[in-house]
Structures are given as structure tokens and as C-alpha cells.
Design a protein around this ligand. Structure first.
Ligand code: ATP
Length: 332
């Protein structure tokens, strides 16, 4: 027997809540605007839930009309704010959230966030609250979808920062070690490495040996006449400062370390993120409108599809080995 329903009589949904959850990502506001406007278009009453599951538990729930989402599609962050909520990860927390959702008469909830947020949404589904997830995370690490809202903007921010660091590295003949976001996933790292011609890229998905994978290629590049070097380290690898120190000590090359940090999350969403967020938001509402519940919206090729939430959560994404190979060939 299924853990939750996948169909509902469309007329049974009248009031829809929407939240942003987990790490913020550029384009979350655009998705929120699309969800609210599409919901109103189809005749639903729309409610913003502040601060993700924390706000649901606190009953921070407000009715939203079309003007509440005016002038936000170009703004980074999320006007609903977001949070990570430990209480919701307990059965008691989920039960309390269900009660609050019923107090506010929410017939369905749209969750804009990453895979952790979808696991939370699946708990709501199991407890009888219909949900739809929209993938919003800069990491692009959600297996079921080719693309997550925020990724393109974050990547462009990273590329812009590396370009600038590279300008000064070239002028001074330095090695620049740059840490980019990605705790478990190396998409930002490998894509920024290809985009910026980084000589070395170390990913959280792969173990590495400092001599073999970092020192040797840097020396090989120097012997080929290169006078500046970019080493990208994904956040999840850790030890960025130590790696920079070792490059300096072993090779004698002046080496600086930069941790890009939260600059990567902010900023106005790119065109790609605005279009994707808009179409995913519309698809989420049209999915509910058709009576399909407990889904995650995904981009597959050129198509926006609604997948069963369990299938969506269980689909794993694998790093493309061809990307790693391409970077090695092109940068050395
Ligand atoms: P990002 O990828 O940007 O980090 P995320 O959505 O994966 O975003 P998480 O911190 O993993 O971010 O999850 C957000 C929230 O979802 C958590 O704080 C918690 O409230 C809820 N959540 C995560 N996992 C579960 C779970 N297994 N059961 C219930 N709730 C969960």
C-alpha cells in the first residue's frame, strides 16, 4: 500500500500554503511569485508560511494577494525567509505541524527548497497534508531534476569572483586556491573549473592525494611555462587553508587562499533562474489543480514534469566523469 495518496478530488483544494525552506537560493522569490499568481489565477486562496517548517510550527502564516509578490522576482534571498528546523524532524514535530496546517485550513502546501526540505514534505504527505516540492538550491544536487533554481546565478557569481582573483594572480605569478560551495556535491566546483580553466579541481565525491592530484599538476603546469595557477576546492573537501599552505611549502609558489562563502548565495537571479522558477511555480499549481498531489516538479530535458515525491527523493545524481576529464585535458 502506498504511504500516501497521489490523487485528490480537485475541488477539495481551496487554500494553498507556500514556504521556502533550507538554504536560500536566488530565484526563490521568483518561484514564490509564480506560485502565488498562478494560485490566484486558478481561484485558490494563497498563504505564505514564513521561515519554512519553523514558521509552520509557529503558525507564521499570512494570506497573500498578487501585490504581496510585486517587485520581488529580481530580488535575491527569500521574502518569506527560510530556516532549518530540528523539531520538525521528529514525529511529534510533524504531528504538531499537521495540526497547525489544519488550524489554518491549508488544503495543500508548496515547498520550495532542497532535498532535505522534500524529506520534510514527504512526512507531511504521509500525515495526510498534500504537498508539491519545487527544487530551489544553488547546489544543483537534486537527483530527479536536471536543474535546480539558483544554480545558474550562483555559478555566474563564482565565475565572476574567480575571474577577478585570476587577474591579480596573473599579474603576480601566484597560485590561487579558491573554495566554492558544495558540501556533498561538486557541480559548482567542476563547472566553475571548466568555465575558468582551473588547473586543479578537488571534489567532495572523490578522495584525493595532495601530491598526486594537486602538487604534481601545478608543477607540470609550471614546467609548461604557466605562471599562474587556479586550484578550486569544493567546500565539502575541507582544509582549504592547509592545502594552500602545502602548495606554498612544497612548490615555493606564492599561494593565496580565498573562501568565497555566502557571496555565492546572494544576488539578483539570472534569466535562466527567473524563467525556470516561473515555469516550475506555474507547474506546481497546475499539478494541484489537476488533482495530482505529493509530487516534486522537475526539469527533464526541455520538459517540466511532476514526479512522485518518493521517487524524486530516491533518485541519485552522479557526477559526470566526462566533465572531470574535459577539465584535465583543457586546463593543462
Ligand atoms: P539545501 O540543499 O540548500 O541545504 P535543504 O532543503 O536540503 O536545502 P535541509 O537543511 O537539509 O535543507 O532541510 C531543510 C529542513 O527540512 C530541515 O531543517 C528540516 O526541518 C526539514 N527536514 C530535513 N530532513 C528531514 C526529514 N528527514 N524529516 C523531516 N524533516 C526534514
Amino acid at each position: 500500500m502506498a504511504l500516501y495518496d497521489t490523487k485528490i478530488e480537485p475541488g477539495n483544494i481551496k487554500r494553498i500554503g507556500v514556504m521556502t525552506s533550507g538554504g536560500d537560493a536566488p530565484g526563490m522569490n521568483t518561484a514564490l511569485r509564480a506560485v502565488v499568481r498562478a494560485g490566484l489565477h486558478y481561484g485558490y486562496q494563497m498563504f505564505g508560511i514564513k521561515k519554512g517548517y519553523e514558521g509552520l510550527l509557529a503558525g507564521e502564516i499570512y494570506e497573500m494577494d498578487r501585490h504581496d509578490v510585486s517587485f520581488i522576482m529580481n530580488r535575491g534571498g527569500t521574502i518569506l525567509q527560510t530556516a532549518r528546523c530540528k523539531e520538525f524532524e521528529t514525529p511529534e514535530g510533524v504531528q504538531r505541524a499537521v495540526t497547525i496546517a489544519k488550524v489554518f485550513k491549508l488544503d495543500a502546501i508548496v515547498v520550495i527548497g532542497g532535498d532535505g526540505s522534500f524529506k520534510g514534505a514527504r512526512e507531511l504527505a504521509k500525515a495526510g497534508i498534500p504537498v508539491v516540492g519545487i527544487p530551489g538550491t544553488i547546489d544543483n544536487d537534486i537527483g530527479c531534476t536536471d536543474y535546480t533554481i539558483g544554480y545558474d546565478t550562483a555559478l555566474n557569481t563564482v565565475i565572476d569572483a574567480i575571474d577577478k582573483i585570476k587577474d591579480t594572480a596573473c599579474s603576480h605569478e601566484r597560485c590561487s586556491v579558491i573554495e566554492v560551495m558544495g558540501r556533498d556535491a561538486g557541480y559548482i566546483a567542476i563547472n566553475s573549473a571548466i568555465s575558468d580553466g582551473a588547473e586543479v579541481c578537488i571534489l567532495p565525491e572523490k578522495s584525493f592525494d595532495i601530491n598526486e592530484d594537486i602538487i604534481k599538476p601545478v608543477i607540470a603546469c609550471r614546467n609548461k611555462g604557466k605562471r599562474h595557477f587556479v586550484v578550486i576546492i569544493a567546500e565539502g573537501v575541507g582544509g582549504t587553508m592547509h592545502i594552500a599552505e602545502q602548495i606554498k611549502n612544497i612548490t615555493g609558489i606564492v599561494t593565496t587562499a580565498t573562501i568565497l562563502g555566502h557571496i555565492q548565495r546572494g544576488g539578483s537571479p539570472s534569466s535562466r533562474d527567473r524563467v525556470t522558477a516561473s515555469l516550475m511555480g506555474l507547474k506546481a499549481i497546475e499539478t494541484l489543480h489537476a488533482g495530482d498531489i505529493n509530487k516534486v516538479i522537475a526539469l527533464r530535458g526541455m520538459d517540466y514534469v511532476a514526479l512522485d515525491i518518493d521517487e524524486a527523493i530516491n533518485t541519485k545524481k552522479h557526477l559526470d566523469e566526462d566533465m572531470i576529464r574535459a577539465n584535465k585535458i583543457l586546463s593543462l
